[in-house]
Design a protein around this ligand. Structure first.
Ligand code: HEC
Ligand code: HEC
Length: 342
């Protein structure tokens, strides 16, 4: 091939590439509101700790020991981390939590739990401090009575020292266990995802399909109405047309509210690709099926959210939506397992 011919081919290739690029910009223009939407996804600068349980390094370290310690279960065979497993985005990939018995609901991730005002699928817990003794003492979960747990920990000098180092000398109490566990859990924050780099301005961090998916998520499909902000949740409760029968969610706490029947907490979508199966009852196996459910609009009934209705998405719009959800996988964080006091 002569040099001139090669240069000609390269020039026409470049022209073709340019035409391709502008063609894709023409057929896939950014939604006019994309820039405005992007601003609502900036990550917060700091973790919020409540005034009555401020952060300290020693308290978080003690909470971490307790979180990973199977001594918190009656049979010494299960820790919080058995179900909220850091290697599995702080859940277990099971349809229902598996304690002494199978639980009624799926194990939620603990990612970004510091920003969840009312923990539990039904928002049944007053705050994070109040959660721990529910799984610990429930006969069907960890099956460890409060007094027996305190006695067990108090018999281990290294635990007594660790509590004393945080709270000053004194007895181990339920409250001390609760605040330490909550402090550790508040440090569980999702790692930076390709999506976050895009929000910060790196245009190459996510692909075109994901960008189109972002527009659908915020626009046509209106997912962001509930999965809003950087943690992808409004921290509220809705019936999206999933629960059935006696499984009425927040309706148990508010029997008179029509809209809270079958309402469950909007889960975060951080790491969502890694956290199948989905929903409070683990009833949906894949993200494709989740998107199909929203496209159909779930079970039509008086409690169903007004935001849920048939979406009439095309197959390529559904694929774009999933491409977008895939950009929410955070950089895995190294978790160094604590040496347990014995
Ligand atoms: C046998 C599995 C299992 C064990 C062990 C377990 N959990 Fe859970 N956890 C669950 C399930 C299932 C739920 C959902 C309960 C519900 O709301 O219906 C849950 C909910 C939670 C929530 C609320 C999360 C949210 O997004 O609302 C927190 C916080 C939590 N657990 C912390 C803990 C701590 C701390 C421990 C250890 C003391 C623990 N869990 C032990 C399965 C487990
Ligand atoms: C009306 C509020 C609302 C809207 C709109 C909404 N969601 Fe949800 N989403 C929820 C609630 C509530 C749940 C939990 C339902 C349950 O567990 O039964 C949920 C669950 C999910 C889950 C499962 C997450 C998990 O951890 O189990 C995914 C994925 C999801 N939504 C994606 C979407 C997408 C994509 C859209 C748009 C097509 C969307 N959502 C629109 C409220 C909403």
């Amino acid at each position: 091939m002569t040099g001139r011919k090669a240069a000609g081919i390269i020039a026409s290739l470049a022209l073709l590439l340019m035409a391709g690029a502008s063609l894709s910009a023409m057929t896939n223009p950014a939604h006019p509101k994309r820039a405005e939407w992007r601003k609502t996804y900036e990550r917060p600068q700091a973790i919020p700790f409540p005034d009555d349980n401020p952060y300290s390094e020693a308290k978080a370290a003690l909470g971490k020991k307790l979180f990973f310690d199977p001594l918190l279960s009656g049979a010494k065979n299960q820790s919080c981390a058995s179900c909220h497993n850091p290697s599995l985005s702080w859940t277990d990939n099971l349809p229902r939590g598996m304690g002494v018995k199978e639980m009624a609901t799926r194990t939620p991730t603990l990612l970004n739990i510091a920003w969840v005002p009312k923990p539990g699928w039904q928002g049944q817990f007053k705050d994070l401090e109040n959660v721990a003794f529910r799984p610990i003492t429930a006969g069907g979960i960890m099956n460890m009575p409060e007094k027996a747990l305190i006695a067990r920990l108090a018999a281990i000098p290294a635990y007594v020292d660790a509590f004393d180092a945080v709270f000053g000398e004194g007895d181990i109490t339920r409250r001390k266990i609760e605040v330490a566990l909550a402090t550790y859990q508040r440090t569980i924050v999702s790692g930076e995802a390709p999506f976050d780099r895009w929000i910060k301005g790196d245009e190459k961090a996510i692909g075109d399909a994901a960008k189109r998916g972002f527009d659908i998520f915020n626009g046509k499909a209106n997912c962001a109405e509930c999965h809003s902000g950087w943690a992808f949740t409004d921290a509220s409760f809705h019936d999206i047309g999933v629960g059935k029968g006696q499984d009425i969610g927040r309706g148990k706490l508010f029997p008179k509210s029509v809209k809270l029947q079958y309402a469950f907490k909007t889960p975060t979508l951080r790491d969502v690709v890694r956290r199948a199966p989905y929903m409070h009852d683990g009833s949906i196996a894949t993200l494709k099926e989740v998107v199909d459910l929203y496209d159909r609009g779930g079970i039509d009934r008086p409690s169903r959210s007004d935001e849920i209705k048939p979406l009439h998405l095309t197959e390529s719009e559904k694929a774009d939506l999933i491409a977008f959800l895939q950009t929410l996988n955070g950089e895995p964080k190294k978790i160094i397992l604590p040496a347990l006091p014995r």
